[in-house]
Design a protein around this ligand. Structure first.
Ligand SMILES: [Zn+2]
Length: 272
């Protein structure tokens, strides 16, 4: 009983110290698993994924993924530096890979490890479409959504095997959580869906990033309309039409276009 009390006190203390304000969302986020533990594991899993899948390089599509990815990254850096968050991306190791797959999908792991599947290219269609997808995916990473999902998973796990965590072995635990959160072992391409709130946040941040990178945020609406019209019944969770509903998503984005344009204007980017 005494051990239990000590454990929960330590746990609560950890919880308080692990809440950090996220510059992109302005919210305190639950970060039970720090980036220093998440990123090496994410990098390793990304490397493993690339080994096990067909990475396309040297084609004009692959070059576009890289080029537009870099522009989105630069936009994020500009925004952070302008808002007093120098060094926020210091542990990031950006990579932008095109992978051969019919899946209509793309993702970004913590630390800036991005994959775009060839299956989404007919829907992204042009540079602005690709910028919409990359902006959205990068935003999940910037807003630490994966980390929060992992923290939530850790909490669940604590309910079941809390004492195991209390006695140590945290890195093994973290590894396991990483595996669960990213499904790297078997289903990295079919990641667990983010919550509706996280999707909306990624849309909002992504819209601003694409605008700062010079892509008209109105094109994001056109992209999501194309995505909505893509009725291939096997959309992976990340781009499932009901999460949030296409209509809600598009309505929200329309409202946010002027916000994104105003933000871009601060960096000298002007849209007609
Ligand atoms: Zn998303």
């Amino acid at each position: 009983m005494k051990n239990r009390t000590i454990f929960f006190s330590a746990f609560l203390a950890g919880l308080i110290f692990s809440c950090a304000k996220n510059p992109f969302t302005g919210k305190n986020t639950l970060a039970l698993v720090p980036n220093s533990e998440i990123l090496p594991s994410a990098f390793q899993q990304y490397g493993q994924f690339l080994k096990e899948n067909k990475v396309i390089s040297g084609t004009s599509d692959a070059k576009k993924v890289e080029l537009i990815g870099v522009k989105i990254k630069n936009a994020a850096e500009k925004w952070l530096n302008a808002n007093g968050y120098q060094g926020y991306l210091k542990d990031y190791q950006w990579e932008y890979k095109l992978v051969d797959s019919k899946d209509v999908n793309a993702w970004c792991m913590p630390g800036g490890k991005i994959v775009v599947y060839t299956g989404i290219l007919p829907i992204t269609k042009d540079d602005a479409g690709l910028a919409t997808v990359l902006g959205h995916e990068v935003s999940h990473a910037l807003a630490n959504h994966g980390q929060q999902r992992m923290s939530a998973g850790l909490l669940q796990q604590l309910g079941a095997v809390g004492t195991a965590v209390a006695v140590g072995n945290k890195s093994e635990e973290t590894q396991q959580m990483a595996m669960t959160a990213y499904g790297a072992a078997t289903t990295l391409g079919g990641m667990l869906p983010f919550s509706r709130a996280h999707e909306s946040e990624a849309d909002k941040i992504g819209l601003t990033l694409m605008a700062i990178a010079g892509y008209n945020p109105e094109e994001a609406i056109v992209f999501w309309q194309r995505m909505s019209a893509n009725s291939g019944g096997n959309k992976p969770p990340e781009f499932m039409s009901t999460h949030p509903s296409d209509e809600t998503r598009i309505a929200n984005l329309k409202k946010l276009v002027p916000v994104a344009k105003a933000e871009a204007l601060k960096f000298g980017v002007i849209f007609k």
